[in-house]
Design a protein around this ligand. Structure first.
Ligand code: AGP
Length: 375
């Protein structure tokens, strides 16, 4: 059993290992000149990738949330349509698949029975398959046609943290690689996209500075009965995983929701007892990111207008958010598609500190297993 390296819990240790996990996952896949992504062991030829007509992602829990972010990355950068399924549903819904479809099975453990069943279903229907796995030589990694390993290192805590950020990074690389072989981006764009992901580990080091602020927030919110996590676009994936982390380690009911959906029902839940975490960071140089930000900011104001208690994840210098939110956790600037890698860190820390305050077994929450070996 690895040691906790001086940390009180594996979860906190693994949260602090994320910069290294993303660096070790990304660096080996970048050409020395920084102008190409190289994916050795992927098991498909460039010609295969050019012929791919549709991608289906099948996964469970946190790995599926990574898949949801991958959906935005691949469609936006490579212009290939993507569907994301709960592996447990995919395996039994008779998916319509063919040789020009790629099924990506995402998994930390590589042993999750639902995801393995989905992979076998995809293979039996003639689709090409790749696995994104964190455990080397695991069953799913071996059975897929090709594998893209995340190098987050061994993850002991049942709540997945460093594997998630490494999955987001490797999905971004897969999206850039697809764009590269399908010539969906220019050479200059390619260099910029590669420089962007190479800069992420240092930004993770910076965002870890919110640890103390998250511990303070835990004092205020450790008695909450429910939590809502809101985000739009690729941020919705991080909102979902923030809610899952809180559920897993604190046993507090929590839901991740697309911010634009609130007015279609969940607004009824809002009152002064409901903490609402809103992911409202942005890439100021990206007009689409700014547009999505403005819509999320108005959702934030709607929550405040109904007396909700708002914890916002936003740029340090964002006066509009500071004016409306009760608490702000600063997120360093980054390109839109990479912001969820930074946003999930304070959500992991908030869940961790609330679990510690509630005196719970942070690394081994009740009723859960690190690898779910039964369907
Ligand atoms: C995440 O914190 C949970 N432990 C759980 O949802 C997990 O992501 C799910 O069981 C999938 O596991 P896998 O990534 O090992 O396949």
């Amino acid at each position: 059993m690895p040691d906790r390296g001086g940390f009180p819990h594996f979860m906190l240790k693994e949260i602090y290992e994320q910069a290294r996990g993303v660096r070790d996952t990304v660096q080996p896949r970048l050409s020395p000149e920084g102008d190409r992504v190289v994916l050795p062991g992927i098991g498909l030829t460039d010609e295969d990738f050019r012929r791919i007509r549709r991608i289906k992602i099948a996964a469970s829990g946190t790995s599926r949330h990574a898949g949801l972010a991958g959906h935005y990355m691949i469609e936006q950068l490579a212009r290939v349509p993507v569907d994301v399924d709960h592996a447990s549903e995919f395996a039994y819904r008779h998916p319509m698949l063919g040789a020009d479809e790629l099924v990506v099975a995402i998994t930390q453990s590589g042993e999750t029975a639902d995801t393995l069943a989905a992979l076998r279903e995809a293979k039996s229907r003639g689709a090409k398959t790749i696995a994104i796995a964190n455990v080397i030589d695991s069953t799913i990694a071996r059975e897929a046609d090709g594998v893209l390993y995340t190098y987050a290192g061994r993850e002991v805590s049942i709540a997945s943290t460093k594997a998630f950020t490494a999955q987001l990074a490797v999905l971004y690389l897969l999206a850039v690689y697809l764009a590269q072989v399908r010539e969906a981006v220019t050479k200059d764009d390619l260099k910029r996209l590669i420089a962007d992901v190479a800069a992420v580990p240092a930004k993770i080091e910076t965002v870890l500075n919110v640890d103390f602020a998250c511990r303070e927030l835990a004092h205020k919110f450790d008695r909450a009965r429910d939590f809502l996590f809101l985000g739009r676009g690729v941020h919705y994936a991080a909102a979902l995983d923030g809610a899952l982390k809180l559920k897993e380690v604190t046993y507090i009911h929590a839901e991740g929701y697309p911010a634009g959906e609130m007015k279609h029902g969940p607004n009824a839940l809002i009152d002064e007892a409901l903490p609402v975490v809103i992911l409202v960071s942005r890439d100021p140089n990206d007009p689409e990111s700014v547009l999505r930000y403005e819509k999320t900011l108005s959702n934030l104001r709607e929550v405040k207008a109904r007396s909700g208690r708002v914890i916002a994840l936003a740029a340090e210098d964002d006066a509009d958010v500071r004016e409306s939110a009760d608490h702000v956790l600063p997120i360093p600037p980054a390109p839109e598609l990479l912001l969820p890698i930074l946003e999930i860190v304070p959500l992991q820390l908030l869940a961790y500190h609330i679990a510690v305050r509630r005196g719970l077994d942070v690394d081994k929450p009740r009723n859960l297993a690190k690898a779910v070996l039964v369907e």
